[in-house]
Design a protein around this ligand. Structure first.
Ligand SMILES: Nc1ncnc2c1ncn2[C@@H]1O[C@H](COP(=O)(O)OP(=O)(O)OP(=O)(O)O)[C@@H](O)[C@H]1O
Length: 602
């Protein structure tokens, strides 16, 4: 529990640090609030003066009243101006702070290794970057505003009251312990309802995000009803948590109103008695009644902000948990870093006694030793779960090896800045990811310094040019999310063009041609041979035709390379490869590797 509080406090302090660059703005906000409130609170006092020093004395002259009315008006304008400036400054500072926080958070997330994304739902990360930062924004713009403005207002009202009449002032502040009691009683309940609503919203967002990315499967397997049922359940849960939270808020606020009205009635009763007994001036009673009404307003505001404050601490903690998470895969120390340019690299790859597991004590790759020569084309085959994609993830440093090392041209990839590594190693996946943006930007990855001509050249080279020109806006055609306006083969060709533009020395294709029809496959195949020429190429393929002509084929089984050689050599070996091949022929497909049952499955 204590640990928990400490964590909360440290998260809070860390996030508050974002306010430091705006400290002068906060001083200005404080001054504006002070002036605005002073002008506002002087108004009842003015009326008291008009009543007690003029009307109660039976004076009939209007000049004094007109003067009072004018001053009242000026005070209203002053109060308006300062409140306006204060609000604007606060919003400006608050939005700036949150924009900076959002940026840091997103930057940090982009640096995390894949193991982080294995653990974290993308939906909950979306909630962190969007609504958690928004909650923190409301802390700076509402909670802080309330603390500054309402806190000062409360203090000033109490000062004004004591100045006017000590007895009545004491009666007024006597309600404060009751208010504190109500706040304490409600606190736990309010916090619970708030947290519940936030957790359920986060679950709902995760569910929606997952559904959107898997919509294809949902429709293909007619899972709509099942998913709808789950959605309704999540939606209903969020709805009831929200209703509960709103209900508790309303009860809390109305309890305050009742307390305020009781205090008001007491004031009229006690004050009225005093006025009748001539121990109190009417104007003072009027001013007190006004102040009592204003007295509850800031208290109500501050207690209401308690909710926001609660959710802010939860959000701050969650954001800090991410910002405080080690990225896993680290950039090398500057003194250790080896920066290579693509031209320096030959493309030799060494896996030296590499072992790796996604989870502790569950090794997937076992003591892998492998040398791939510069310019060699390697095909990797194996049954599902053999570890083919894992080897590729390790080479891309999406995860770090547990033991051993991976070297490119003799340099441990952990010593390369990741930018260098990813410039050297180009990866094409089965379903290439395209960003929402124009085709040209997708090919040059939003780098304006890559001229359009170079992109067109690359597209011609891989045979994508005519396809792109047929689109409505050619190279400027805007792609929707994940390039959904294009076919799988077209997306594939675009990712090949990317490779030609960026010229990585090592090319990796992860099942790149598995789902294409034969015509598109031919297109992609010829693009592949153009792109692969002169590069070290590793292809994980489920189609034999893709890798049959590879310089070397590696057969993987349960995290180990069990056979290695050319197609011919492996066929002659009559081992696992030949077995897979026969199995493919029997099934009348060449794409059989994936479907072959795993050994452990019998
Ligand atoms: N992110 C992950 N977290 C935990 N385990 C994982 C993860 N990714 C893969 N695995 C496990 O690691 C093993 C190897 O997976 P990998 O994806 O490398 O196999 P593969 O040979 O590429 O299979 P496929 O041909 O089906 O793509 C499998 O048992 C898989 O369940």
């Amino acid at each position: 529990m204590n640990e928990d509080k400490k964590k909360k406090a440290s998260a809070f302090r860390s996030i508050l640090r974002y306010g430091r660059p705006h400290r002068f703005t906060f001083v200005l906000i404080f001054i504006c609030s002070l002036l605005g409130i002073a002008a506002e609170l002087s108004q009842p006092y003015l009326i008291k003066v008009a009543i007690d020093d003029h009307l109660a004395l039976g004076r009939t002259g209007l000049t004094f009243l007109i003067q009072i009315a004018l001053v009242y008006l000026i005070l209203s304008v002053i109060s308006f101006i300062f409140t306006y400036i204060q609000n604007n400054l606060l919003q400006y500072a608050g939005q700036n702070i949150v924009a900076a926080l959002r940026k840091d958070l997103f930057t940090h997330i982009t640096k995390m290794s894949m193991s982080f994304f294995d653990r974290k739902h993308s939906g909950s990360l979306v909630t962190n970057v969007s609504s958690d930062t928004e909650t923190i924004s409301s802390f700076f713009t509402q909670v802080l505003l309330s603390l500054i403005r309402d806190g000062m207002m409360l203090v000033m009202i109490i000062v004004f009251m004591f100045q006017l009449d000590v007895t009545l002032a004491l009666y007024s502040v006597a309600v404060l312990p009751f208010i504190a009691l109500v706040a304490v009683l409600f606190r736990k309940y309010l916090r619970e309802t708030y947290q519940q609503a936030r957790t359920r919203l986060s679950r709902l967002v995760s569910f929606i995000a997952e559904n959107l990315s898997g919509m294809f499967l949902i429709q293909a397997y007619h899972q709509e009803k099942e998913q709808m049922k789950q959605f309704n359940e999540q939606n209903g849960n969020y709805f009831s948590a929200n209703v509960r939270q709103i209900r508790s808020n309303v009860i809390f606020n109305r309890t305050f109103d009742i307390l305020g009205n009781i205090a008001l009635v007491l004031m009229i009763w006690l004050g009225g008695k005093a006025v009748l007994g001539s121990s109190l001036e009417v104007g003072v009673l009027y001013a007190f009644i006004s102040y009592i009404r204003q007295f509850f307003q800031p208290i109500n505001q501050i207690t209401m902000q308690w909710n926001t404050f609660q959710s802010t601490t939860v959000s701050m903690e969650r954001i800090w948990a991410i910002l405080g998470t080690d990225p896993g895969v680290k950039e090398p120390e500057v003194s250790d870093a080896v920066t290579l340019t693509t031209d320096d690299v030959n493309g030799r790859i060494d896996f030296n006694d590499v072992s790796f597991g996604y989870l502790e004590n569950q090794p997937i790759i076992h003591n892998l030793n492998l040398t791939i020569h510069a310019g060699e084309m390697i095909g990797i085959v194996g049954t599902t779960g053999a570890g083919k994609s894992t080897v590729i993830s390790l080479l891309n440093r999406f995860y770090d090896v547990n033991e051993g090392s991976i070297e490119i041209d003799g340099v441990d990839i952990r010593k390369m800045p990741q930018e260098t590594l990813h410039r050297i190693v180009g990866l094409i996946q089965q379903d290439p990811f395209l960003f929402s943006g124009s085709i040209i930007d997708n090919i040059r990855l939003f780098r304006e310094d890559v001229p359009k001509e170079q992109v067109i050249e690359a597209c011609k080279f891989v045979g994508a040019d005519s396809m792109i020109r047929r689109l409505a806006d050619g190279y400027d055609t805007h792609l929707s999310e994940r390039g959904s306006g294009l076919s799988a083969g077209e997306r594939q060709l675009i990712s090949f063009a990317r490779i030609v533009v960026f010229q990585p020395r090592i090319l990796i294709l992860d099942e790149a041609t598995a789902n294409l029809d034969s015509h598109t496959e031919q297109l992609v195949q010829s693009a592949l041979s153009s792109v692969a020429a002169g590069r070290t190429t590793i292809v994980i393929a489920h189609r034999l035709s893709t890798i049959m002509h590879a310089d070397r084929i590696l057969v993987m089984q349960e995290g180990r390379i069990v056979e290695s050689g050319t197609h011919k050599e492996l066929m002659e070996l009559r081992g696992t490869y030949e077995d897979l091949y026969q199995h493919a022929l029997e099934a009348g497909r060449e794409t059989i590797f994936k479907e072959k049952p795993r050994n452990d499955a019998g």
